[in-house]
Design a protein around this ligand. Sequence first.
Ligand code: NAP
Ligand code: MG
Length: 401
Amino acid sequence: MAKIRVEKPLVEIDGDEMTRIIWSMIKERLIFPFLDIDLKYFDLGLPSRDETDDRVTADAAKAIREYGVGVKCATITPDAERVVEYKLKKAWPSPNGTIRSILDGTVFRKPIMAKNISPAVRSWKKPIVIGRHAYGDLYRGIEMKIDSPGRVELVYTSPGREEVRLPVHEFQGPGVVMAVHNVEKSIRSFARSCINYALGEKLDLWFSMKDTISKKYHAFFREVFAEEVAARKDDLFRAGVAFRYLLIDDAAAQMMKQDGNILWALSNYDGDVFSDVIAAGFGSLGMMTSVLVTPDGKYEFEAAHGTVRRHFYGHLKGDTTSTNSVACIFAWTGAIRKRAEIDGTPEVAAFGERIERAVLDCIEGGIVTKDLVPLMEPRPEGYQTTEGFIDAVAARLRATV
Ligand code: NAP
Ligand code: MG
């Protein structure tokens, strides 16, 4: 059987623990036998990041900028415990954080749905995608604990301008205070990324803030978002994509009654919370894909979950694991399909779709990993090992060649 040729290179970013094991199985069994593909490989496994003083992470991000599409395995963000475990020079920063700061993008999280897996929320029939702004707010907050009476003020100084001073609170006793910020450039690029994604996937676009209460901070997000939507009004209309602005609490309640097909654009904190709510509502972390989309149209695909540490330690002890590889496989197919779309190679796109079909055929035929069993209707008799599931997908894939 002749392999299908992929015109341009794909950036491959390897990672850690259980997902690293799944990663090589996916390549060996689902990709290499079928595709003639030039992978630009970057090893972001923790030992390699440590060896290169984390230069490999920045190099990987730059490669995505150069080639346009990348696929990333989950990676460890080291804490003190990991520094000891891996004998690291230091606790290197989060690779996703580094990559995002270089590429400047928005993260979209989308559930993978199968006929025999019913979401916990009964009205959800089609995907609800979260678009999370990944800069500022709480995550760049400056905090202060107040232990005795005193005044806190907000002060703005700028050369050649008069100082602006706002009272925050006159403390009569102990308390706590926090300052957060955001920047127009980032909010604007977030809005553009969301609009591009909604257009690409033909999803209605919702955006939610709390501008009734926060009449400057949240209102600024609302205004910037509305301006970007207005600039693309004709494109949205032609694509049949509707835009709605809702207050965050209203949106949260309304979302429960929708049947899906919505991109829900959210600020950093709301996106953090609601992406987990949506993932839980649809089923399993192993069934959630994630893609970073930059305002200038570069893409990085990954699974939404981490390196599945607990399963990896089991694997090291020699236990048989049953880790769900679906989100990792869909990271690959997402990247392959995007590469094909950019290159104009429909046969490559069709192959990506064939892998996805093979995965869904397995799940819908009752061949699943352990995490999915309690979500299924009807309940399957048993479940597959990590490797067994990927082999089952490979067998289906070969049968459709
Ligand atoms: P995790 O990998 O998301 O896994 C947490 C738990 O969720 C697992 O123990 C497992 O539950 C379940 N789970 C997640 N993915 C699954 C899958 N594919 N199949 C079956 N079950 C799955 O989080 P973690 O183990 O707490 O974190 C490990 C490392 O991942 C951390 O060092 C963190 O820094 C990193 N991380 C990386 C990324 C990324 O690179 N994008 C994202 C998040 C976390 P049971 O144990 O109950 O089976
Ligand atoms: Mg979170």
